[in-house]
Design a protein around this ligand. Structure first.
Ligand SMILES: [Zn+2]
Length: 438
């Protein structure tokens, strides 16, 4: 159990920097998710980028943050914002984010709190902390210039999910870009990120060693399977994350197969309304509006029963870890005409991973065999290796820091490629301090 006691256990050095620039990952340096990174230079100006947790089983938390006045939340996924209520309520830290992220963090934190109760894992913050953090949120638009002592910084579009931002910082000596989770490819919801000239580039390396299949081909493989299941009078259960994937899949189905009968359930229904309230972050707000009014929104128990006859049900949890997807799976699992189409990565210890490895899933406390057809699709909105290399070349920095990555398998491959191209590559570990001196 991790219970922080402020000022005692942080790994961040307390002495100021004599010269240059330093960075220190409290989390997310050599792992995926769980991000928290402190940047500081010789002027004493500093920023924390993200303060998340990894909702794995058991969850992982970043090292304790020192007292810090300003934190940027790059986007509203829980592995980037999960510990921000603790931070903000303890130190009064201002939480800077885009307007849409400001809106979405509230339901995301509430959901995180609820899940921690259900799963019985410790969380270092409670509802009171959450309320205090909400007061400390500071929204900013893309390209709005914000002054912070000797620095100025702004948000740039990151792709990934609506409201996700890269952070571009100008210090007296360096131009720094912190990618956050990003993708240069367009998806249904958002347009991809663009390169920007910088000296130091922090780049997420979720897919540092892998290339994505061609997007159109992967989408077609998914749609072909949907039509095949519908043809045999089955229902496709599509477990999808609430924040991004649910809406991406919904828009894809609406754009390509408007004849289908598609129901959506779970938190994604609520988030899509927030996306539409901040539609400046969307690639095509009219397409999302149309897809949403086309879909059947499940609101009640009787709606849930009706959805059992749908062609497609899109719902949370995306990893078959509780939520409506388990309720549907329990009802659909005995009719072999039905199928499960997974749309994302299935983490260790989740129902989805168990399904892939053992053809069984915990349903309301019982490990239950699942004989339905199961398929998995790569609808990631993280840049793949090819996009990462092109992005680094486009930004043309001197120093590249690869973080948010599997340090044993994924990172070495990208490190090698970028080093051979002449970039100075840094591979940070959590809890260690690194310096860049001109
Ligand atoms: Zn993310």
């Amino acid at each position: 159990m991790v219970m922080y006691s402020p000022g005692r256990t942080t790994s961040y050095p307390s002495e100021p920097i004599e010269k240059g620039f330093r960075f220190h990952f409290l989390g997310g340096g050599d792992e995926v998710g769980n991000v928290g990174c402190i940047l500081e230079d010789e002027t004493g100006t500093k920023l924390l980028l993200d303060y998340g947790m990894a909702p794995t089983d058991p969850p992982r938390y970043p090292n304790e943050s020192p007292n810090i006045e300003n934190c940027i939340l790059t986007h509203s996924h829980i592995d980037h914002i999960g510990m921000a209520p603790w931070l903000s309520s303890n130190y009064g830290t201002l939480l800077h984010c885009t307007g849409l992220t400001k809106m979405i963090v509230e339901p995301m934190w509430h959901d995180c709190y609820k899940v921690s109760r259900i799963e019985g894992y410790p969380l270092a913050w409670d509802k009171r902390d959450l309320d205090e953090a909400l007061v400390n949120l500071r929204p900013h638009s893309f390209n709005e210039e914000i002054k912070l002592l000797d620095w100025k910084w702004r948000f740039l579009r990151a792709g990934h999910i609506p409201g996700a931002a890269m952070t571009y910082i100008e210090t007296p000596k360096k131009k720094i870009l912190f990618s956050g989770d990003f993708d240069t490819r367009d998806c249904e919801l958002v347009s991809g990120a663009k390169t920007v000239d910088c000296d130091i580039l922090f780049i997420e390396g979720t897919y540092a060693n892998r290339n994505h299949p061609k997007k159109e081909e992967e989408q077609q493989r998914f749609l072909d399977r949907v039509l095949e299941v519908v043809e045999r009078n089955g229902t496709c259960l599509v477990p999808a994350f609430a924040n991004g994937r649910t809406q991406d899949v919904l828009m894809l189905l609406h754009r390509t197969n408007p004849q289908l009968n598609v129901h959506i359930d779970g938190m994604g229904k609520r988030l899509v309304k927030m996306y539409l309230e901040h539609n400046e972050y969307l690639r095509d707000k009219d397409a999302l509006t149309a897809a949403l009014s086309w879909a059947k929104k499940v609101g009640s128990k009787s709606d849930k029963k009706k959805a059992l006859n749908a062609d497609v049900i899109i719902t949370t949890s995306g990893m078959l870890n509780g939520g409506p997807s388990i309720w549907y799976l329990n009802r659909l699992r005995n009719d072999l005409r039905n199928a499960i189409l997974l749309t994302g990565y299935q983490a260790e210890g989740t129902g989805g991973r168990m399904l892939l490895e053992k053809k069984q899933v915990p349903i309301f406390g019982n490990i239950s065999p699942i004989n339905l057809e199961v398929d998995q699709y790569s609808f990631s909105t993280h840049a793949g290796q090819k996009e990462l290399i092109e992005f680094v070349e486009g930004c043309n920095p001197k120093d590249v820091i690869i973080y948010h990555t599997n340090s044993a398998e994924a990172r070495p491959s990208l490190e090698k490629i970028l080093s051979e191209k002449g970039f100075t590559v840094h591979c940070p570990k959590n809890g260690e301090t690194y310096h860049i001196i001109d």
